[in-house]
Design a binder for this molecule. Structure first.
Ligand code: GLU
Length: 282
């Protein structure tokens, strides 16, 4: 069964880039006679807002999309992610990290071997960890690549791979060897959320039986670490199809942070959904 999903984070309203992505995913599902799921990735308590979620549903309906029910809202499933974090902890694959974003960035600047080493800060020395815990300082849980590698064994580590039916930003396609080391010791449980993007997304892809992950090429690199998490948890690795990012007339890609014109604004300006679909190639 072909199952795919569109998984927006409700941190703002959708723009044309999202419309292109949602239509790409939806069309693939319909062409395959498969399922099109909608997943709201709202684990970031500071940036996600219910009104953005409502706006996203409205925008997608306006575009003419329909999706299988129910919509999965990640913030309603934190206990499930916590259970996975608990299992990885018990297996000794995670370590506490009390460092602030600034401390990590400063360390990257000082790293002798470049950024990849720097995002592997490693566990704190025992005495320091005990002190920080006693002080009640908040901490994240990072996945130790060294321990993950030992847990999997060299053969399985070397066999980590995924099939790319689209292309990465460098044209990568076909069977691709996964290189989790390029991501470093990623955070799997944020200080403020108890989970993190890579963990929630791989958990849900597995739980929902997603056979094809179709998303923008800006997430191509994330696949390397997601394949590792799948292997550690015994979850299947879906097929991946990364698509190009839509760019505006100035050649730059649409992004929330640039205040790209939203679908809501276009609608308010009287643009018809058919016109927008045609403009982005549908
Ligand atoms: N929620 C992610 C985003 O909005 C997408 C996750 C994914 O497709 O894997 O960028």
């Amino acid at each position: 069964m072909f199952v795919t999903r569109f998984a927006p984070s409700p941190t703002g309203r959708l723009h044309k880039g999202h419309a292109f992505s949602a239509l790409t995913v939806w069309r693939a599902a319909r062409a395959a006679g498969g399922r099109f799921l909608l997943r709201i990735e709202d684990i970031d308590p500071t940036r996600c807002r219910p009104e953005f979620e409502a706006g996203i549903l409205e925008d997608l309906r306006w575009l003419g999309l329909d999706w299988d029910r129910p919509v999965r809202r990640q913030s309603e499933h934190l206990a499930e992610y916590a259970a996975v974090v608990g299992e990885l902890q018990r297996r000794g694959l995670l370590y506490r990290c009390f460092r602030t974003r600034k401390e990590i960035l400063d360390a990257i600047g000082d790293a002798p071997h470049g950024p990849a080493d720097a995002v592997r800060p490693g566990p704190h020395p025992r005495a320091e960890e005990d002190r920080l815990l006693a002080e009640g300082r908040p901490y994240a849980w990072r996945l130790s690549l060294d321990r993950a590698r030992a847990d999997l064994g060299e053969r399985s580590w070397d066999a980590l791979a995924f099939v790319e039916e689209g292309a990465g930003p460098g044209g990568e396609t076909g069977r691709i060897r996964a290189r989790p080391e390029t991501a470093g010791d990623v955070v799997l449980a944020r200080k403020d959320a108890g989970t993190a993007y890579h963990l929630a997304v791989t958990h849900d892809d597995a739980l929902q039986g997603v056979s094809h992950v179709i998303r923008g090429e800006d997430l191509f690199e994330a696949t390397h670490i997601q394949v590792l998490i799948q292997a550690l948890m015994g979850w299947p690795t879906p097929v991946y199809r990364h698509h190009r990012l839509l760019t505006g007339p100035d050649g730059r890609r649409f992004a929330k942070r640039d205040n790209s014109v939203t679908l809501a604004q276009l609608r308010a300006d009287g643009v018809a959904p058919e016109a927008l679909r045609a403009e982005v190639g549908f």
